[in-house]
Design a protein around this ligand. Structure first.
Ligand code: FKS
Ligand code: ZN
Length: 343
């Protein structure tokens, strides 16, 4: 399996986040992608290739025009306003406030285009976000051209980013961009299987009214876990998308037994949908030692995930999402891929 990787991801680094009232170094850090890349080499998964440069047309297919235009302007505007730390919003247009007027002040515009303060910008953030977009599209092109599978080693991740908002370490929804691009390249049906610990609220929102893109999400119950405001089992899609959204919320402490039962059920529904391509939002923050998550998967479980996905027998595009146990992130993420390749 080929991996697409860009060193530009590392331009997004040193950002901070707010956890339990304290400003801490971001968990979503450059070492994550570097360690996965090193493991791809060590495990001899296959060649590592640089992405091709793409214009933003494919981003406009899933994101709002004004939102896409906003992203590259954030850091220049923030630093021009004399602000020094990570750029992020701190006021959001919730119920009862105007959600239709974009404020002029950059910190307010950031709030307008976010659902939380979890997607901060530093000077190199846009360059990294754009590189992850290029990585996803270049990996998608390999699958379009007939590869059985490809790995887009995207960083930053994407599945919390919606049509017009960032959040949860995510800016552009790499998996959604790739899925829509594959549709535009002639695929009739795409299934997105999101195995990250957190619900992929952005992906769900983008495709919620669509019958041509099935979205299946395995995640911690939003009643008790981030992103909290989406991901319940009764969210099944609307209009022609009715029945094409599948959520599998699970309690803290979930380990392979219950998790794999949900994976099986998601795969049965995907097989019934008969997609031309399966896009996997690959998060490995389901790991027992993940510092911000509360599932109990072990390193031995990840190859079994890959093997189950391989049984679908469909061209498969893996897009990297979360995973914060940096020491084991390479073993776990690449474990899924070798499990797929051997499966
Ligand atoms: C609450 C802290 C919430 C935000 C967690 C973001 C998770 C991101 C992710 C992604 F794949 F996008 F990277 N922190 N105590 O893992 O879903
Ligand atoms: Zn996650």
């Amino acid at each position: 399996m080929k991996t697409i990787f860009s060193p530009l991801h590392a331009r997004h680094g040193g950002q901070t986040e707010l956890i339990a009232g304290e400003i801490v170094p971001g968990f979503e850090k450059p070492a994550r992608a570097e360690i996965i890349k090193a493991r791809v080499i060590e495990a001899q998964l296959g060649p590592i290739l640089a992405p091709e440069n793409h214009d933003l047309a494919a981003a406009h297919r899933v994101h709002a025009t004004d939102y896409v235009a906003f992203l590259p302007t954030v850091w220049p505007r923030w630093s021009a306003a004399g602000k020094l730390g990570s750029a992020m919003g701190f006021a959001w247009p919730t119920r009862g406030l105007r959600g239709d007027v974009v404020p002029e002040a950059i910190e307010a515009a950031l709030g307008f285009y976010s659902f939380d303060g979890g997607a901060g910008f530093v000077a190199g953030t846009w360059a990294a976000v754009k590189s992850a977009y290029d990585v996803a599209l270049t990996a998608a092109a390999l699958v379009r051209d007939g590869e059985a599978a490809a790995f887009g080693l995207c960083r930053p991740p994407g599945h919390h980013a919606g049509r017009a908002f960032m959040g949860g370490y995510c800016y552009i929804n790499n998996a959604a961009v790739a899925a829509q691009w594959l549709r535009d390249q002639g695929a009739a049906r795409i299934a997105i299987l999101d195995v990250d610990y957190h619900h992929g609220n952005g992906t769900q929102e983008i495709f919620y009214a669509r019958g041509d893109v099935l979205v299946a999400n395995l995640h911690a119950d939003p009643l008790i876990e981030y992103p909290f405001f989406l991901g319940h089992a009764d969210e099944r899609g609307i209009g022609s998308g009715e029945g094409a959204n599948h959520n599998f919320p699970m309690p803290f402490g979930t380990s392979w037994g219950a998790w794999s039962t949900a994976l099986d059920e998601a795969c049965v529904r995907i097989a019934r949908f008969a997609p031309d391509v399966v896009v996997v939002s690959l998060g490995v923050d389901t790991f027992e030692k993940d510092p911000i998550s509360r599932f109990e998967l072990t390193s031995a479980d990840y190859p079994k995930i890959g093997a189950r996905i391989a049984r679908l027998g469909r061209p498969t595009l893996f897009i990297m999402e979360g995973g914060y146990a940096v020491e084991e992130i390479g073993i776990n993420a690449v474990g899924v891929l070798t499990g797929f390749a051997d499966g």
